[in-house]
Design a protein around this ligand. Structure first.
Ligand code: PLI
Length: 469
């Protein structure tokens, strides 16, 4: 062996991690040519949401509904009781949610935004304020649709792309207190608390912060509603980063997180390891009755809420698997693995790396493109052309417009999200992804901006179209 060859295969100083599962079934993927990808992205209006999935090599658009289910979950599908009313799968799902999340009542929904809709309509009145630790697109939409005004109360550190803060998802209690003093607690139906804050880069909230928030809100008679979509990933960060929690199980941490809140909306398509499903879980019986009345109008009967019996059974099993330490530590470490590579290679990403995704910092990746020319949108399209890797814009397009003034929001963070489906891609895929980003970084000066040529009224990032400048 030559010295050069040996250097390529240096023995690592720490033991490698590996996927805690083996592959039983495969789904072939294909790589198109660069020219084909150029045509495909132009046809899709430079919006990765509009690409056909068949034209994608490695799909990092989202971790939502894209998980691989286990053999036990597939077996659970066969136990589906597809009764219109009172399916045994519903009761099994409810018992599992009660056991692991600890809430008293459960209203099933087809996915997270179904739960957000019902919660917002049940609790928010015209003219209310809904403080939250950074907005999420659908969550804020439903809060505003119900007549509320979202107020960002996340710590300032969350809006910085690079930071050494280990809990960038934390609520700034002073910001909350200022709002309470300004508008009065009776104008605040609840604080919207998201775990592993998606738009901040998958950043966790500390247990200490949740406890303090809960104490503050209970004192002022304000409810705390959790977005539990990635609460299990948050629990992993508490275990590994926050003092005093290292010996705790993920399940017990999840239950403690929920204990500081009065209810939760959940997109089961993430932590829940299923392809569809969600729920609203609450402790207040009056609110439960109201939500149950509403679910039958918008989602389906209160014992399925838009899910098939088999989906509810798969979710019950998925929750049990998601709190397994070996699974969740692999899940987060896979993301960290790519993050470390990119950081080592000097590629600008959001740090610390979060739980479900790597976020490229488009402002530093493409400093020559002004925010009005959609640098992150352009970067996502360019990465697809470079490598067939599909990602998503999380910047000025996703932020949308101020509903009152019609002006574009200009978020501090202009990001491209590389989101990892759970249990889908291997470490070799991770290597390809990191190398693709690095190759594109070398060519960054050639990339120019975009102009928007079609803008839908709501949640524009899903369907907006662009042309090259
Ligand atoms: O996509 P839904 O309707 O099941 O869930 C909406 C939703 C609510 N909260 C949070 C934090 C989310 O991340 C979320 C959906 N996220 C998507 C689709 C994503 O790609 O991140």
């Amino acid at each position: 062996m030559t010295g050069e060859k040996r250097a390529k295969h240096q023995r690592p100083t720490t033991r490698s991690w590996a996927e805690p599962f083996k592959i039983k079934m495969i789904e072939p993927i294909k790589m198109m040519t660069r020219e084909e990808r150029e045509k495909s992205i132009a046809k899709s209006g430079y919006n990765t949401f509009l690409l056909d999935s068949e034209d994608v090599y490695i799909d990092l658009l989202t971790d939502s509904g894209t998980s691989a289910m286990s053999d036990r979950q597939w077996a659970a599908l066969m136990m589906g009781d597809e009764a219109y009313a009172g399916s045994r799968n519903f009761y099994n799902m409810v018992e599992t949610i009660q056991e692991y999340y600890g809430y008293k009542f459960v209203v099933p929904t087809h996915q997270g935004r179904g739960a957000e809709h019902i919660l917002s309509q049940s609790m928010i009145k015209e003219g209310d304020y809904v403080p939250g630790n950074m907005y999420f697109t659908t969550t804020k939409f439903h809060q505003e649709h119900a007549g509320g005004k979202f107020v960002d109360i996340i710590i300032d550190e969350a809006h910085k792309a690079t930071s050494s803060c280990l809990f960038k998802g934390n609520v700034d209690l002073e910001k909350l207190d200022k709002l309470v003093k300004e508008v009065g607690a009776d104008k605040i139906p609840y604080v919207s608390l998201e775990t592993n804050v998606n738009m901040a880069g998958g950043q966790p909230v500390s247990m200490k912060n949740m406890k303090e928030l809960s104490e503050y809100c209970r004192k002022h008679g304000i409810a705390v509603m959790l977005d539990a979509t990635r609460a299990i990933e948050n629990a992993y960060f508490i275990k590994t980063r926050e003092e005093g929690y290292a010996d705790r199980t993920i399940a017990s941490l999840l239950k403690e997180i929920c204990s500081y809140t009065d209810g939760a909306t959940m997109s089961a398509k993430k932590d829940g390891l299923v392809n569809i499903g969600g729920f609203l879980a609450i402790n207040d019986e009056e609110l439960f009755v109201k939500a149950k009345n509403m679910v039958v109008v918008y989602e389906g009967l209160h014992t399925y809420g838009g899910m098939a019996g088999r989906d509810m059974e798969a979710l019950a099993q998925g929750i049990r698997e998601a709190v397994d330490y070996d699974y969740i530590s692999y899940r987060v470490k896979q993301v960290q693995y790519i993050g470390e590579k990119l950081e080592d290679w000097g590629i600008p990403i959001v740090t610390p790396v979060g739980g479900h995704a790597i976020y490229l910092d488009a402002k530093r990746f493409l400093p020559h493109i002004a925010q009005k020319d959609f640098p992150a949108q352009r970067l996502a399209a360019a990465l697809y052309v470079e490598s067939g890797v599909r990602t998503m814009e999380r910047g000025i397009v996703s932020a949308g417009r101020n509903a009152e003034t019609g002006e574009n929001y200009h978020p501090e963070l202009e990001l491209v999200r590389l989101t990892f489906p759970r249990r889908v891609y291997t470490q070799s895929h991770c290597d390809i992804i990191a190398e693709s980003v690095a190759d594109l970084y070398d060519k960054r000066d050639e990339i120019k901006g975009l102009k928007m040529v079609y803008e839908p009224e709501n949640l524009r990032f899903f369907q907006a179209r662009f042309e090259l400048l």
